[in-house]
Write a protein that binds this ligand. Sequence first.
Ligand SMILES: *[C@@H]1O[C@H](CO)[C@@H](O)[C@H](O)[C@H]1NC(C)=O
Ligand SMILES: *[C@@H]1O[C@H](CO)[C@@H](O)[C@H](O)[C@H]1NC(C)=O
Ligand SMILES: *[C@@H]1O[C@H](CO)[C@@H](O)[C@H](O)[C@H]1NC(C)=O
Ligand SMILES: *[C@@H]1O[C@H](CO)[C@@H](O)[C@H](O)[C@H]1NC(C)=O
Ligand SMILES: *[C@@H]1O[C@H](CO)[C@@H](O)[C@H](O)[C@H]1NC(C)=O
Ligand SMILES: *[C@@H]1O[C@H](CO)[C@@H](O)[C@H](O)[C@H]1NC(C)=O
Ligand SMILES: *[C@@H]1O[C@H](CO)[C@@H](O)[C@H](O)[C@H]1NC(C)=O
Length: 641
Amino acid sequence: MAVVFDSGSGSLVLWFISLLLLGAKVKSEPTQDRRALLAFINQTPHANRVQWNSSGSACDWFGVLCDANRSYVSTLRLPGVGLVGPIPSNTLGRLSQLRVLSLRSNRLSGEIPSDFSNLTLLRSLYLQNNELSGEFPLSLTRLTRLTRLDLSSNNLTGPIPFSVNNLTHLTALLLQDNGFSGTLPSIAAGLDKFNVSNNDLNGSIPETLAKFPASAFAGNSDLCGKPLPPCNPFFPPAPSPSEIPTPNPVKKKSKKLSTIAIVLIAVGSAVVAFLLLVFLLLCLKKRHRQRTSKTPKPPVTTRAVPVEAGTSSSKDDITGGSTEAERNRLVFLEGGIFSFDLEDLLRASAEVLGKGSVGTSYKAVLEEGTTVVVKRLKDVVVTKREFEMQMELLGKIKHENVVPLRAYYYSKDEKLLVSDFMPAGSLSALLHGSRGSGRTPLEWDNRFRIALGAARGLRHLHLSGKVVHGNIKASNVLLRPDQDAAVTDYGINKLFGTSTPPNRVAGYRAPEVVETRKLTFKSDVYSFGVLLLEILTGKAPNQASLSEEGIDLPRWVQSVVREEWTAEVFDAELVRYHNVEEEMVQLLQIAMVCVSTVPDHRPAMQEVVRKMEELNRGETDDGLRQSSDDPSKGSGAHTPP
Ligand SMILES: *[C@@H]1O[C@H](CO)[C@@H](O)[C@H](O)[C@H]1NC(C)=O
Ligand SMILES: *[C@@H]1O[C@H](CO)[C@@H](O)[C@H](O)[C@H]1NC(C)=O
Ligand SMILES: *[C@@H]1O[C@H](CO)[C@@H](O)[C@H](O)[C@H]1NC(C)=O
Ligand SMILES: *[C@@H]1O[C@H](CO)[C@@H](O)[C@H](O)[C@H]1NC(C)=O
Ligand SMILES: *[C@@H]1O[C@H](CO)[C@@H](O)[C@H](O)[C@H]1NC(C)=O
Ligand SMILES: *[C@@H]1O[C@H](CO)[C@@H](O)[C@H](O)[C@H]1NC(C)=O
Ligand SMILES: *[C@@H]1O[C@H](CO)[C@@H](O)[C@H](O)[C@H]1NC(C)=O
């Protein structure tokens, strides 16, 4: 029969005897632990397999392992043995030397007892596949030696506490298939395995967890950020592709959100897919400020909605102290006429307008009918402070030939710019959109007016705003309802790292910029010169036929002009207007100075504007100019000069 020795006796003789008797099944017995185990099993219904014989040693019981001296229970494994009901308190919590506890795949319910906090030596805890409920037990966050914690497939709710960071040795944290809610804490531990899929978590995934696969986060209500798609305060709708989108800015109103989704898919960028676009602004309330009467009205046909009490666009309202408010802060720039409630964004419909190297632009239509453009920037490298400062600077720029920036949004995961939508589209669409197929050619008067408007806008940026535009191109020259032009997408190059090519479209890039990677007023002038050439020739600077020949638009114009001067150079659509040829030649000369290879040879924008205005005045004042949209002027056939 078993002889129970006091393992603490330290008596050499007894110890020696106990050694001799080991083979004779003489064992010490962890009496404290034994009582705790019996208390547990007596209160918990279980399958017959668990027949703990009260006359035998606890260390020999089913599922129980003791240390070598059999002085304490080190491991308790009772997986799938039909344990039912709550884990009684003051039972297992007394197994103070326990290293491993597995009660997985039973039907345990109720809360995890708080006295588990006494299992301070526990290294592995497996409670998955039960019906445990309640919140993530804070008692577990005191078990600082834990390396594996599996609570998956239970009915646990509430937040995942930040104090899991107390578990500094944790390598596996499995919480999937529960009802955890709230945001994911930033867990710094060196986890190898991590899963929180199929809970109700929301918010952005902390960087420390971004290395895990998307399946570790799937099935939550609103998690976002790497490895899932980027965070979208507006929370994209489920895509339902049914329509082929086109990124044409002059395209008519699209359908609802499904179109967006489609577009995104078409664009093929998984990241983009999220689009925040939706987000925009939905309930835009407009506020007309008398003192900003210089600001052009947005080209949208919404009625002015008075700002409701308690819902204003003031920064105070959107600058809450909490992190959530922080995340959702849409900052409206001074003099703005919009105020959006981000909650409304779900109701906005949106479509992709264009996709560029620094982000994607969306047209967003609010329920009220107001339309805005949201540009979603990627690869922003500047700090929040720097970003805000640049936005404040850009927000102050008010000029009829500059598309006003209305609002911006900055969070760790998302940077958005909101500006007015111009339904008439861009110069690029007018010049190059569907040539020949019954489209109305852009006639000379309009081309010149657009060129002059863009020049004035650029001059204002340079002189009053001290801002380098940095991305002059035909698609960034938008048409206002009165057929004047306004430049957009200005002043944001500073936000990106040097890996982003300055002046993102090659055909417009000044030669020195390729080396210096610095954008200057003079490089803007070069780009503007290319724009003028584009207006005159009808050729896009990045057009394939040009690049095949290995030359850019300015070099091509030079080569043609040197030999034959005008006729070949100009857009065939312009050639029919005999009386404006002189004007076109003069504008061509202005353009050629602008595209001088040496920056110092290029004029300043104010000089360019002055020359263009002189040119225009000569024409319009003498009354000779004929309406060039006179249909009798032979639409279609090109009359040689
Ligand atoms: C319990 O163990 C003792 C001794 O090991 C044995 O004699 C007895 O039959 C066992 N009882 C049951 C119910 O297994
Ligand atoms: C077993 O107990 C003895 C005396 O109590 C102790 O010296 C020894 O280190 C213990 N061995 C283990 C493996 O715990
Ligand atoms: C934990 O253990 C300590 C002493 O070891 C005891 O006083 C305390 O009551 C225990 N806590 C729980 C929750 O059982
Ligand atoms: C986490 O650890 C800190 C310091 O060790 C302790 O003060 C805090 O109470 C612990 N939090 C929890 C929830 O156990
Ligand atoms: C999970 O908990 C909820 C609320 O406490 C309860 O309604 C639901 O029945 C539970 N589900 C299971 C499987 O226990
Ligand atoms: C997460 O969801 C809770 C409600 O479950 C909500 O209060 C909170 O604002 C949400 N947080 C984020 C970042 O969406
Ligand atoms: C996370 O758990 C879910 C559900 O159990 C599973 O489908 C997914 O493969 C797991 N992902 C990882 C990375 O373990």
